[in-house]
Ligand binder design. Structure first.
Ligand code: URA
Length: 225
């Protein structure tokens, strides 16, 4: 049934694209169909649609948009804060020092980097590695939400306070949120410390590992000594 009506909507949307206003006299319905043809229908098209994005001021100083990378059908997704210097240079998420630690965390979880998907709250580097401003995060969140919608991972791991704040829309700090299951759009979410924080605070690695082991258990993976 859904497919049948999806097809009807697709035809209507295409008709509306060719002849705007032809589908319905109602401006709301008309707008719905013109939006529908504009919204990308795959992760790749979403990425394409971001080329040259200048929705917020972060575009002024960026070298590259860091869309995210990994398996579009990943069962496990990691979400960080924002690209840093190395990520901006390379156009890839988590490739600097924090990224090297994230790679080790992923391996310790018995996953490979290629198997998972890695994205950030904002896709462009905030100058001087500051946290993204609320208006920058708000500009970029629809992109992340669409990424999650396309991937539909079984579990999301949120890396650090900024990811928690904007995806879960909460002011609760990471120390309170970490290690406790929560959810986003019915997807189980595990908040944990950001790898950059773990590089500064070695002693927090034990807690982060406990959080990640809860995620592993969801996938039937267990750490045996
Ligand atoms: N820190 C992040 O939050 N994201 C990156 O991509 C790199 C560092």
């Amino acid at each position: 049934m859904t497919d049948f009506f999806d097809q009807i909507c697709k035809v209507l949307a295409e008709t509306e694209a060719k002849r705007p206003g032809s589908v319905s006299a109602s401006p709301e319905v008309s707008q719905f169909f013109s939006e529908a043809v504009k919204s990308p229908d795959s992760l790749a098209k979403l990425q394409e649609s971001l080329q040259g994005c200048c929705r917020c001021n972060l575009h002024c100083q960026r070298k590259n948009i860091v869309f995210g990378e990994g398996n579009p059908q990943a069962r496990l997704m990691f979400i960080g804060e924002a690209p840093g210097f190395d990520e901006d240079r390379m156009g890839r998420p988590f490739v600097g020092k924090a990224g090297q630690l994230l790679d080790k965390m992923i391996t310790a979880m018995q996953f490979s980097r290629e198997e998972v998907y890695i994205a950030n709250i904002v896709k462009c580097r905030p100058p001087d590695n500051r946290a993204p401003a609320p208006e920058e995060a708000e500009c970029c969140m629809p992109v992340l939400k669409q990424q999650i919608g396309f991937i539909r991972p079984e579990v999301i791991v949120l890396l650090g306070a900024v990811a928690v704040k904007y995806l879960l829309n909460t002011t609760s700090g990471i120390s309170k949120m970490r290690g406790r299951w929560t959810s986003y759009e019915n997807i189980p979410v595990m908040p944990t410390f950001h790898p950059a924080f773990l590089l500064r605070q070695e002693s927090a690695k034990r807690d982060a590992w406990a959080d990640l082991q809860q995620v592993m258990a969801r996938f039937g993976k267990f750490h045996r000594r």
